[in-house]
Design a protein around this ligand. Structure first.
Ligand SMILES: [Zn+2]
Length: 205
């Protein structure tokens, strides 16, 4: 039974290949560093998430670990799921349309997360049409220590119809209808934060 649940089909391999490409691409372009980022995708009745301590730069297939939607690792002796799994789980629970989640500490996104924002349900400036096209409004999650129950509760309290969230003084997390959809969202979040930062810098001469 357990073997069937985690048997690797061609579809699983296609998703894993995409996940690795996304991870390597984000790392190689400096959008994440060290072992801080994590990603996950739905497959069958399971969620596969990057394991604790994995690095996007060197991510391999066997570092994608299967977890039930309730958060129970399918293989208790296998690599431990990321300690930020609950953030992903909350996004999956918010909508059946969410099939993948990506969380990074991308530099401009982190900078933007440290600034005060007037409307917690719309914290990114709408500078170009692309944020709306690729992601929509981004909501803020108040600060709590990474991996803490306080942060998970803050995420539960902040969850709404949005797919994108800015974790205060921490980074971004985006859900998508597919891995590539989540990737486009997290890319646009970082690009918007970078443009906003540059515009502030330019206007101050
Ligand atoms: Zn984080």
């Amino acid at each position: 039974m357990e073997k069937n649940r985690t048997s690797k089909s061609e579809e699983w391999r296609r998703l894993a290949e995409q996940a690795l490409w996304i991870a390597h691409s984000l790392f190689d372009r400096g959008k994440t560093s060290g072992t801080t980022a994590n990603l996950s995708f739905r497959y069958g009745d399971l969620i596969y998430i990057t394991c604790s301590g994995s690095c996007f730069g060197t991510l391999q297939e066997d570092q994608l670990t299967a977890v039930t939607p309730d958060g129970v690792p399918v293989n208790p002796d296998g690599p431990k799921p990321s300690k930020e799994f609950t953030l992903h789980q909350i996004l999956y629970q918010s909508s059946d349309k969410i099939r993948a989640v990506i969380h990074t500490h991308s530099p401009a996104t982190v900078l933007w997360s440290c600034l005060p924002h007037e409307n917690p349900r719309d914290v990114m400036p709408h500078i170009t049409p692309y944020l709306d096209m690729k992601l929509g409004k981004v909501a803020e999650v108040p600060y709590a220590a990474p991996g803490s129950e306080e942060l998970f509760q803050a995420m539960r309290d902040s969850i709404g119809p949005e797919r994108g969230y800015l974790l205060k003084n921490h980074g971004g997390i985006v859900g998508g209808t597919s891995l590539m959809n989540a990737f486009e969202g997290i890319e646009e979040l970082e690009q918007t934060a970078w443009l906003a930062k540059e515009l502030i810098h330019c206007s101050r001469g």
